[in-house]
Design a protein around this ligand. Structure first.
Ligand code: ASP
Ligand code: MG
Length: 420
């Protein structure tokens, strides 16, 4: 069997949903588990609903939600005839669930409400797409992924309970696959043992698909995107970016770590652990080869360029001019863990440590305050982090020409530059 994932951009208009149908027709007869995201920018819109609700702006929250409701109803009306009534009933149940919650006053943490509201996006989109596919003769069975994927209650960044989820995948999903051949379900969401909804982190649908691929021993995972495949640089910034037909897990992990928005970083591990290949395919032209990502060792990869904007550089200078030794470094790592900051680059010198990180003012302020007892702290903002894998000296010089370099780290394989 194969696991497919269609992102929000592939289901954000009636034409695109029809295109999903067209792609699937060419896989007719195969066992498929299809993971789908919320339509277009629905997740962002739902975030606004929760923010208004948590600000005690009930009317505004309800109004914002009404707009989301209407756009889904319009989509359903346009696409569905025979299945319209049953889909409408399912959609209405989800609408009611949210509206019911929005009428309350917030008494729990923000992240809890976030997950209860935001999870609706994928439930709505999958109901519509599943009904549309059934209506056009591509028979499939819709499931609520919250009955299968169990997580802890770390809302907004929940962790999978692999043992429970594996059991459900084997005892519920596999028999359903045998019976219906095609299953349509949601990415990005799960539920706790108390039936509270959870989410797995923004853009988490790729990860859900990988979790299913692992649990069901899929022969491959296919991510359908509105790009040709994985490129060696962002084509919007670098017009001569090239498609990479083949990559390996290590390379993709590195790219994601350095900030390339190719594939959700958590996606690779479940696939790598079982040696399942990941295909990035073009949604607009299914016959294009796309990119395959697997375990093989690869030679001769082109330079891969990743730019991460909006970076900050924190300079920590040891207070009494004593050499920066193990103790302050250990203290600093503890501070980073406590403030939940993931540094993008660190450099330790004789009396200073430099940390490059995403510019997140609140977290940085916390860190600076806590570090002030050990270090003199200086912060510089508005920087860019450039990473080049498999670089050449010539390309590096070209990329940093005219910039002020604040920090550079170089290994034979990778160079990273913090620059202005
Ligand atoms: N709908 C979610 C998001 O926009 C999950 C996903 O698209 O992967 O973040
Ligand atoms: Mg998405």
């Amino acid at each position: 069997m194969k696991v497919f994932k269609f992102g929000g951009a592939s289901v954000n208009s009636t034409e695109r949903i029809q295109q999903v149908g067209a792609i699937l027709k060419s896989y007719h007869g195969e066992q498929l588990l299809i993971v789908i995201s919320a339509m277009g920018k629905t997740t962002n819109a739902l975030e606004k609903v929760v923010e208004a609700f948590y600000d005690n702006k009930k009317e505004e929250a309800l109004q914002l939600f009404e707009a989301i409701k209407q756009s889904h109803l319009t989509m359903a009306k346009y696409l569905l005839v025979k299945t319209y009534n049953s889909a409408l009933e399912q959609l209405s149940n989800f609408f009611t669930e949210v509206e019911w919650l929005l009428h309350d006053k917030p008494v729990q943490g923000f992240d809890y409400y976030y997950d209860q509201v935001v999870c609706i996006g994928e439930l709505l989109s999958t109901v519509i797409v599943s009904a549309y596919l059934n209506e056009t003769g591509f028979n499939n069975h819709w499931i609520d992924v919250r009955d299968i994927i169990r997580t802890d209650d770390n809302f907004r960044d929940a962790n999978i309970d692999w043992f429970y989820s594996r059991n459900k995948a084997e005892n519920v999903v596999l028999p359903l696959l045998k019976e219906h051949n095609v299953i349509v379900t949601q990415g990005f969401i799960g539920s706790t043992d108390e039936n509270e909804s959870t989410t797995l982190g923004r853009e988490g649908s790729d990860y859900t698909a990988a979790v299913f691929a692992n649990l069901l021993n899929a022969e491959g995972q296919y991510i359908w995107k509105d790009v040709e495949g994985v490129m060696n640089a962002d084509p919007k910034l670098f017009p001569d970016a090239q498609l990479m037909r083949e990559l390996n897990y290590d390379e993709v992990i590195e790219m994601a770590y350095y900030g390339a928005q190719v594939i959700h970083p958590k996606t690779i591990k479940p696939l790598q652990n079982k040696g399942i290949p990941l295909y990035v395919k073009c949604f607009l032209d299914k016959d294009l080869p796309g990119t395959v990502i697997h375990n093989k060792h690869l030679k001769g990869l082109p330079p891969i360029i990743v730019l991460k904007e909006n970076q900050a550089l924190i300079q920590l200078h040891s207070k009494d001019f004593s050499f920066v030794g193990e103790k302050p470094v250990a203290d600093l790592y503890q501070l980073l863990a406590d403030t939940r900051i993931k540094p993008n680059l660190m450099q330790t010198g004789a009396v200073t440590i430099q940390v490059c990180l995403d510019n997140q003012p609140e977290k940085m302020e916390k860190l600076a305050l806590a570090a002030a007892s050990i270090f003199e702290v200086q912060v510089e903002k508005g920087l860019t982090l450039l990473t080049i894998r498999h670089y050449t000296e010539e390309l590096l010089q070209k990329m940093i020409a005219g910039k002020t370099v604040e920090l550079m780290q170089q290994t034979p394989d990778t160079v990273q530059v913090v620059m202005k």
